[in-house]
Ligand binder design. Structure first.
Ligand code: PLP
Length: 387
């Protein structure tokens, strides 16, 4: 059966060049980067070269880049680490209603530890108003954490303006850039951002590896205690093959950023146009322009997203409902709820997320399947009333 993978925001395949770069470090160059013999030194060189390359791409210095196990760990370290290091200064943290669960749950943990959390609202496109942030900043605010691009609908936040507002008050600013890394330019010499979370498996790299940028001088309490790895900010033997793979993946995607944007955006737009032409009552979520182009979030009125996913899966097509983390539950996504999408429409939300290997044939295949699937599901749906 034909297979079409349209769930690149959940994860991506490891591209061949990345696997090739990793293999020596899984085979002969298996040393522990902390060992002082030649095996260890070889691993250490790879580790530090990776750090230099990631730093160069971000406009940072190598000592500001720390490798982690991925986006979740980086979010946890940024939020809990900064909040705890500054708790004598203040106990107020600002985030948004549409963050990834790694951010929301970290903030929830802080709330139980006596911090007060403000969740900024978004408009119907999923955008935060910088004025709302300015109004929420207080003398006891120690951290603002706002994502760069949303994982469910793709909306890009005005991160320059938001981070500037925090900087003017001397407050640390963290952004979760897991979905935007390699897809949007990120230059810390131009952004007033102090911490950035990154992940390998969204950029055609391996799972279980990522990084965090921590601006020099940022006060942060480590969460993993043990050896003096990552300059004592993240204990644990470094995942050298993963780090080499993450770095290669970032280098490649960063160099192809414009092509990737054009290619995936063209596929997503073409699918959207084809579906709107053939299926009535299609609703698009997110901002029409301020979005990472590879994500297309749609609802088909009157049908549940899960039913469409299963029907498409039977035909070899992989898409997501809401985000990967919320699928499996029938709760409407917190992102769409924050965007004030009506619950019955939010239940139908599907996320098509395109990648570099997708083709126009994939789009034609999916666009050919959906009208019949939607019509069938609507014919048995008590929810669907044709307008
Ligand atoms: N942040 C965002 C915006 C994400 O989309 C994800 C993954 O779904 C994560 C964080 C978590 O990253 P990881 O899977 O590397 O832990």
């Amino acid at each position: 059966m034909r297979k079409v993978y349209l769930d690149h925001s959940a994860t991506t395949p490891v591209r061949p060049e990345v696997l090739e770069a990793m293999l020596p470090y899984l085979k002969d160059r298996f040393g522990n980067a902390s060992s002082i013999h030649s095996f260890g030194r070889e691993a250490k060189v790879a580790l530090e070269e990776s750090r230099e390359k990631v730093a160069e791409i971000l406009g940072a210095t190598p000592s500001e880049v720390y490798f982690t196990s991925g986006g979740t760990e980086s979010d946890n370290l940024a939020i809990k680490g900064v909040a705890f290091a500054s708790r004598n200064k203040g106990r107020h943290v600002i985030t948004s209603q549409i963050e990834h669960h790694a951010v929301l749950e970290s903030c929830g943990f802080l709330a139980k530890e006596g911090f007060e959390i403000t969740y900024l609202p978004v408009d119907s496109f999923g955008l935060i108003d910088p004025e709302d942030l300015r109004k929420a900043l207080r003398d006891d605010t120690v951290l603002v954490s706002i994502m760069h691009a949303n994982n469910e609908v793709g909306t890009i936040q005005p991160i320059e303006e938001l981070s500037q507002a925090a900087k003017e008050k001397g407050i640390y600013f963290h952004t979760d850039a897991v979905q935007s890394l390699g897809k949007l330019p990120i230059d810390v010499s131009k952004l007033a951002v102090d911490l950035i979370s990154m992940s390998g498996h969204k950029i055609y790299g391996p799972k279980g590896v990522g990084a965090i940028y921590i601006r020099k001088g940022t006060r942060i309490t480590p969460w993993a205690h043990g050896g003096h790895h990552e300059r004592s900010r993240r204990a644990g033997t470094e995942n050298v093959p993963g780090i080499v793979g993450f770095t290669r993946a970032l280098e490649l995607l960063n160099a192809e950023m414009e092509d990737h944007k054009r290619h995936t955006g063209n596929l997503a737009q073409t699918l959207y146009r084809k579906l709107v032409d053939t299926i009535p009552d299609v609703v698009m979520h997110g901002h029409p322009q301020k979005r990472i182009p590879n994500i297309l979030s749609l609802s088909f009125k009157g049908v549940e997203g899960e039913s469409v996913i299963l029907s498409l899966d039977l035909k070899g097509v992989a898409v997501a409902s809401g985000s990967a983390c919320t699928s499996g539950t029938l709760e409407p996504s917190h992102v769409l709820s924050a965007m004030k999408v009506a619950p019955d429409i939010a239940q139908g939300a599907l996320r098509f997320s395109f990648g570099r290997d997708n083709t126009m044939d994939d789009v034609d295949y999916v666009a050919g399947l959906l009208p019949e699937i939607i019509q069938r599901l609507r014919s048995i749906s008590p929810l669907y009333v044709k307008e």
